[in-house]
Design a protein around this ligand. Structure first.
Ligand SMILES: *Cc1c(COP(=O)(O)O)cnc(C)c1O
Length: 475
């Protein structure tokens, strides 16, 4: 959540009373005797409003939000079948933590964990442990905590009594949740920089950053910067070699926020999951390529050893107790139910078809963008259905920030952002293709982009001054 400032002094509030004017229709049946005063916006109104009026006021304000289906910045699901919406509405009053009161919802969560354990090749799916979360961020916090606790247990002679400071190794391209984890849990973030045309982690460089205080290495299946898969198997091999050389046994966590729901269906030969003994845990966002509306993620550990028992909290469940692991207590059950719906509805073949369609669209749009002639592709959408591109070297009249801004005129939200250290010279646009961004919509997108070019080329120079504010984009 953004941290909002209370804003009771807002000038338009005139001490909390706004004179003027809402639509007189918003009053009761007779518009002549209707509302003359709008309710205050920054303090609780004194009196209630009729529900239809309150609805209309909130609804009207929200019209100014962007259209989520045209939001090519987000990885998060923006379309589900109506039946999923109905199920979610039926479950919006169920609290996920009340396992005893809602045992069937709890059972569906368990089944989802079992399905994911099987999908990700847990050596013994019955021994794998896992839980739903609010998203990958919470799942990453939990996985990071487990890594830290395992390391602390093994280094009780040096931590916390002595000065040992735990560290976590990752590529500089990690999603911000890992920086948060390191900040919140007081772990040093050791980041492998980008180099040349390598926009994600290098296995060898990662292994070299490890020492006796390394709690783990994070590999990302599907970098948010460019949609590329990090080489998880090579990372494990580099850490195997490290162990042979030094005895250090460093576990790997795979942040599969997007890719853990793409690779199992489209890249079956890619070995990135629990088939690699060094992979201790995996997370995914159910609300990204898991195809559920926002609010669900998953964290799985390969076995009970990977998740220290003392982190597990027990809640009442049918007279016994059920282990849970979460940062939140109360949480909606609807998203978990919707996840189970999607698993049941699509099955492996369905997921394959949906993800293949998204990847096909990504490949086609990437190609079409390249054909426009003004752009250079960094990735082509052949791993995650996501591609990043920048302006060609001879394009000087405009930059990616101009493109992002101008695309908004036709409703498309496409983020432009600068790469991290070592490649700060590089600014890109990124397009995330999701279910619901159909081939037809994709064609319209390319047409809109093409139509902008003549005008952009006529600019005397790039216009965007404040690049941070241009898109306010934080992956
Ligand atoms: C989206 C993403 C996250 C954060 O996930 P949320 O579900 O948005 O909390 C973490 N890591 C990666 C690689 C991501 O793509």
């Amino acid at each position: 959540m953004p941290l909002h400032r209370g804003d009771s002094e807002a000038p338009d509030d005139e001490g909390g009373r706004r004179r003027l004017a809402v639509n007189p229709f918003h009053g009761e049946a007779n518009p002549v005797g209707g509302m003359t005063e709008a309710p205050p916006r920054h303090r609780l109104p004194d009196a209630p409003l009729p529900p239809s009026t309150a609805y209309q006021l909130v609804h009207d304000e929200l019209m100014l939000d962007g259209n989520s289906r045209l939001n090519l910045a987000t990885f998060v699901t923006t379309w589900m079948e109506p039946q999923a919406g109905v199920l979610m509405a039926e479950c919006r009053d169920k609290n996920m933590i009340d396992k005893d009161e809602y045992p069937r919802t709890a059972e569906l969560e368990k089944r989802c964990v079992a399905m994911l354990a099987d999908l990700w090749h847990a050596p013994d799916p019955a021994a794998a442990v896992g839980c739903s979360t609010t998203g990958s961020s919470e799942a990453c916090m939990l996985a990071g905590m487990a890594l830290k606790r395992r390391w602390a247990r093994g280094n009780a002679d040096r931590y916390p009594s002595r000065d040992a400071r735990p560290n976590l190794v990752m590529g500089v391209n990690v999603q911000v949740c890992w920086e948060k984890f390191c900040n919140f849990w007081e772990v040093e973030a050791r980041q492998v920089p980008m180099e040349g045309d390598r926009f994600h982690l290098d296995p060898q460089a990662a292994a070299e950053l490890c020492d006796e205080n390394t709690i783990g290495v994070v590999g990302i299946l599907g970098s948010t910067f460019d949609g590329s898969y990090e080489p998880i198997a090579d990372l494990c091999a580099a850490l195997d070699a490290l162990q042979e050389r030094t005895g250090l046994d460093v576990p790997v966590h795979v942040d599969g926020a997007s890719g853990a729901m793409v690779a199992p269906f489209l890249d079956e030969d890619l070995v990135w999951d629990f088939r690699l003994p060094r992979v201790a845990s995996i997370n995914t966002s159910g609300h990204k390529y898991g195809l559920v509306y926002p609010g669900v993620g998953w964290a799985l550990w390969r076995d009970r050893e990977a998740l220290p028992e003392e982190l597990v909290f027990r809640v009442n469940y049918l007279g016994g107790d059920m282990p849970t692991f979460a940062l939140n207590f109360s949480r909606p059950g609807a998203q978990v139910v919707a996840q189970y719906y999607s698993f049941l509805r699509l099955g492996r073949e369905g997921y394959r078809a949906v993800q293949q369609a998204a990847r096909d669209v990504a490949g086609k749009v990437a190609e079409a963008v390249a054909e426009l002639g003004d752009f250079r592709l960094l990735t082509r959408g052949d791993q995650l259905p996501v591609f990043a591109f920048t302006t060609a070297p001879d394009v000087r009249a405009y930059d990616v920030f101009d493109v992002s801004r101008r695309l908004r005129e036709s409703g498309w939200l496409v983020p432009a952002y600068t790469f991290p250290p070592h490649r700060e010279d590089l600014s890109v646009l990124r397009v995330v293709c999701r279910n619901g961004f159909s081939a037809d919509l994709a064609e319209l997108f390319v047409e809109d982009l093409g139509r902008l070019l003549p005008e952009l080329r006529r600019q005397p120079h790039p216009f965007t001054r404040d690049k941070e504010a241009a898109t306010g984009f934080h992956h």
